[in-house]
Ligand binder design. Structure first.
Ligand SMILES: [Zn+2]
Length: 274
């Protein structure tokens, strides 16, 4: 059996001393590559009497909530920077060089917020603009609560875990019925930032996938190749994303390459036997 995930090794945590004053608004277009499901918290009943998990909606229209979107982008940004792990001090399985103490901030805490420290990036809900939904069953072994975001080796966490892509059509089916937004559907919205440094804007744009190098995954069923999305914006933001790659040091570059191997959709698996 092929592993459906791989990892990006931890970089050590560094305190971030810069303070920025850049503001901006990044228009976001999402194209769904493999069906996505984000649970509304409500169960619905089909005409045939079967119960399914509803996709989250506002006024009847599917949305990718800003909180889900932020979590997805933050995890990517963490893996590509000298970020902390908030819980590293309390868990012996975490490396010790991944925490800056409560009084300090790393580049990620400064951007996305931490305890007592407001986020400088605002992720608004992404609204479906052109979409089809479908109720489909996914395997029972999928977990309602996502498993650890970290990759473990010999009892120690080694890095961030990311699930690989699989082309649309190879997703295994099963008895757990969920409402999916189908491949080909589109969502739109925006990300707003205030008080970032240029380095942080570049990191944000790269983590959003605006250079085209990475396509994130969102929602449930990631181990089964659901939830692949492509994110686009205007060319100026794609340029900012590329600048992150050009300006970063060799250690970060290595992680960028590792993440591209996992999250570039052109590397999507063509078949899967679970
Ligand atoms: Zn931090």
């Amino acid at each position: 059996m092929i592993k459906s995930y791989d990892f990006v090794p931890f970089l050590k945590c560094k305190v971030y001393h810069e303070s920025g004053n850049l503001e901006g608004r990044i228009p976001i277009k999402v194209k769904v590559l493999t069906p996505i499901h984000i649970f509304s918290g409500h169960f619905r009943v089909q005409d045939n009497g079967k119960i399914y998990r509803e996709f989250i909606k506002i006024n009847g229209r599917p949305v990718i909530p800003g909180t889900s979107f932020k979590g997805c982008v933050r995890a990517i940004a963490e893996s590509l920077s000298y970020s902390c792990l908030q819980n590293s001090s309390r868990d012996g399985r975490m490396p010790e060089n991944k925490w800056h103490g409560g009084q300090q901030k790393c580049i990620i805490c400064d951007m996305f917020g931490s305890m007592g420290n407001k986020s400088k990036v605002q992720f608004n809900d992404l609204m479906a603009v052109n979409y089809k939904t479908e109720v489909r069953g996914i395997p029972r072994s999928f977990r309602p609560h996502p498993e650890s975001n970290y990759y473990m080796e010999n009892g120690k966490y080694k890095g961030y875990k990311f699930y690989k892509h699989g082309i649309n059509g190879i997703q295994p089916s099963g008895p757990i019925l969920c409402e999916f937004v189908n491949a080909g559907s589109e969502f739109e919205g925006e990300v707003i930032y205030r008080g970032l440094t240029d380095e942080q804007v570049r990191l944000l744009c790269f983590a959003l996938g605006l250079s085209g190098d990475i396509q994130p995954k969102i929602g449930y069923g990631k181990p089964y190749f659901y939830g692949s999305i492509e994110i686009n914006s205007q060319p100026e933001w794609a340029d900012k994303a590329r600048e992150y790659v050009n300006e970063c040091d060799d250690e970060v570059k290595k992680n960028i390459s590792a993440l591209i191997r996992i999250l570039n959709y052109s590397n999507a698996l063509k078949s899967y036997e679970g």
